[in-house]
Structures are given as C-alpha cells and as structure tokens.
Design a protein around this ligand. Sequence first.
Ligand code: ADP
Ligand code: MG
Length: 492
Amino acid sequence: MTAAKGKLIRGSTGDWEVVIGLEVHAQVTSNSKLFSGASTAFGGEPNSHVSLVDAAMPGMLPVINEECVRQAVRTGLGLNAQINRRSVFDRKNYFYPDLPQGYQISQYKSPIVGEGEIVVELEGGKTATVGIERLHLEQDAGKSLHDQRPEVSFVDLNRSGVALMEIVSKPDLRDAEQAKAYVTKLRSILRYLGTCDGDMEKGNLRADVNVSVRRPGGPLGTRCEIKNMNSINFIGQAIEYEARRQVEIIEDGGTIEQETRLFDPNKGETRSMRTKEEAHDYRYFPDPDLLPLEFSEAYVEKLKAELPELPDQKKARFMSELGLSPYDAGVLVAERESADFYETVLENLAHKVRDGKLAANWVINELFGRLNKEGRDISASPVSAPQLAAIVDLIGEGTISGKIAKDLFEIVWTGGGDPRALVEARGMKQVTDLSAIEKAVDDIISANPDKVAQVKAKPAAIQWFVGQVMKSSGGKANPQAVNDLLKSKLGI
Ligand code: ADP
Ligand code: MG
C-alpha cells in the first residue's frame, strides 16, 4: 500500500517528509472488566469498582470476559482486519503503584486481530487508506492521585482491569491533517460498532503518536513517541511541533534519539519523558493463568453477519440511492448520531428518493448550521427529524417555497408545532394561482419601463423582476410560475 502524500516541511537544507504511526487505546464498551465482574462505570467513589482480582489479592485468578472478546472481534471486522482464531495473553511486567499485579495482562506475539485497513477522509473530498498493524486486548491500570494531600499519594483502582483495545496503525500517515483524520475516522467506526464510546475527554480513547522525519521517499527516520494524547486537536499540534523540532536537530548536524515524549498543551511543545536507554524491559511471557483464546470460524462469521452498517457503506448507499455528493454523504455519516437523524428524516418523507437530496441539504445547511451557531448537540435539536421531514415534504410538493420554509424552520425551532398545521394556520402557502401572480407581474412590468428595456438587451436581468414579484407576494409566489410568466410577458 502506498501512503497518501502529505504536506512537506520546508527546512533550510530542503524538504522533509513526516512519518506518523499511532497506537490508539480504546476502552471496550462492556459492563464489566476484562478479567473480573467489577463494574466499568465512570465516576464512582474511588476504589468502589474493585474486585479481589482487580486488587491482585493472592490466589485470585483472572476469568476472561466473553463480551470483551466479542467486542474486539467485532472491531477487527469493522477494520477489515484478519481475525486470529487463536491468540495468547501475555504478562507485561513492570512495577508501578497503580498496577497491583506487578504486571499488565496484554497480548504480544499473538494478538486477537492482525492486519487491516481504514479509509480516511481528507480535504477536498480526497481519501487515503491507512494500514492497521494489529489490535490486541489488554488491561487498563489504576490511577495515582498526587493532588489530594500534600504529604501522601493515593491510588484509585476503579479503572484497574478495565478492557482496552490497543489499535496500532502502520506508519502510513504523512502529516498532522492525515493523523487527525485517521483518529476521527477510527473513532467514528468504533462508535458505529458500539465497541468504544470514543469519549476522549474521559480518556476512553487516547493515542500514543509516533513521529519521525525523512527526505521525501527516503528510508525511515528514528521515531519519537508522544504519549497519551486525548484530544484530536492536540494530536495535530504535537505532530507539527515535534516534526519541526526533529528537522531542526538534524539540520543542525544532530541525530534523533528514540524516546518517549509528553505534549504540553499550554506551551504547545513536546518534552522528553524517558529515552530508549531508560525504556522498560517488560519480560513478556504467556500468562500461565489463562488458556490461549480460541474460537471457531462460525463464531466469527456470525459476528460479521450481525455488524451494523458502517460509515463507508452508509456513505456509498446515500450516494447511490439518493444521489448525494461524496461531500454531503461524508458530512452526514461522520457521526453516528447525525446519520441516524438523517435516516429518521428519510423514513418520515413522503417521497424519499425524490426529496432525499433536498432533505440532506436541509439537515446539513439549516439544521447543522443552526446547531453549530448555538453550540448545541444534535441530540438537543429543537427541530425533530419528523418535523424536518414535514418541512421538506412541504417544499417538495410545492406547498411552500424554500424561502418560506426558512421562516417555517425558524418558527418550529423556537416554538415547536406541526409544520403542516402551522403553514395552514399562518397562511404560508405558496401562491400557484396564476391570475394572482400575473397581476403582480403586470404591475412590476408597467412600473419599470427602464428595466424592461434593459432586460431585452441582457436577459439575465430577469432575476431582478423575479425578485420584485417574489417580494410583492411576500415570498409566497411559486418561483417557477413567476419565471415562466415573466419570460413570456417580456418576450425573452
Ligand atoms: P512500541 O510499543 O515499541 O511503540 P508498536 O509496534 O506497538 O511499538 O508501535 C509502533 C508504532 O510506531 C506503530 O504505530 C508504527 O506505525 C509506528 N512507527 C514505527 N516506525 C516508525 C517511524 N520510523 N516513524 C513513525 N512511526 C513509526
Ligand atoms: Mg509505542
């Protein structure tokens, strides 16, 4: 697979290409932990969701949570990846106060999911395919709290043992925009699948970002890894900073040391956390408490058959069935909630195929525009999907014009109500009565002989007449009828 070209960095000695690979940690959506029955609920009292297994009491044995396995397989299928019918859990040994076992149960040489790929959306409607190296299951650690009291630290084990999927990309990304688009798309796929809620603020999805630079197309450079990023914007900023830092070092005659770095959002800088020499030796070995994970072809096939429609498929369907542009279809499917909203509008339309495109315009331009302006989420939209469908129906069938529909949208947004009843009650119907329109047309023509002369020379000036007639009808005249009448009366 060839990676999409990215934005090069101009150095003092020439151009540099940035190479990025991401390790994303996604918390598995599951009620209980990977190897215990303790709750995964967010925000409980410290140490209130901790079983004896999570606290690593002597003699406790892990028991695999089937739901987490199912979710990992479903995720692998959603990433078009190889599902490994046999995988192994290993112990990754290190000492840390928030890791009571003294090791993390993870997967090393034999992960549950192998190679896959995802298509990411880039600017200008372009797409790029990014390779997935692997996906493995592992336990999360607890949390050390150093800010509660000045003289002691505390440990909260609520997260200890929660299932994570580590999703490792190939080094296929070439600039900050691509990396951001990758995380956005991956998050969207996980949310469609319902395998991770994608809540980055809560840390339920976070990324380690590996960055190196090289001469365009040259051999790979040494990478630095920026740990634990939980904002897509910060990921972009960290990459921009880190790539420049590496270029400057190399151009000054230095070399890049492989190291782990942290991003400081206040300064917009990355700084060293530990170098390769200080890196842990994890002494991985298969966990003797757990059997290898094995499942049948039939199990995988069943999960595959039950997968929901994913964003790429939905986008393709919107384009082929309803004639949406790739851009519009992409906007609608980007978030599961907006796609669901649009689909509910479609279900409520009287003529889904005829008006599907019109409905897409209304969702994207009017509804999203208005929601953005007020900083609201689609789940808190004052205009419901059936209401929006009714507005679109009224335009589609010619009862109201697009312009009146905007007023109607405004009325529904602020006061609610049934759009059809509102049109009736407020006399908002479009005038298709030709004699009424004809009168308005005649009036405008006789009052403006100079404009009549102009339009004969320059037919495009008819728009001025259309505007005047629409204005005099309070926007209610049928624009097509106005156009037709004007053309015949003006003789153009
Ligand atoms: P580790 O756990 O040692 O960081 P992984 O294999 O889990 O190793 O992850 C390595 C990540 O670094 C992958 O996402 C990979 O694409 C990326 N990567 C590898 N080599 C480079 C490189 N030269 N520049 C940028 N990213 C790289
Ligand atoms: Mg790493």
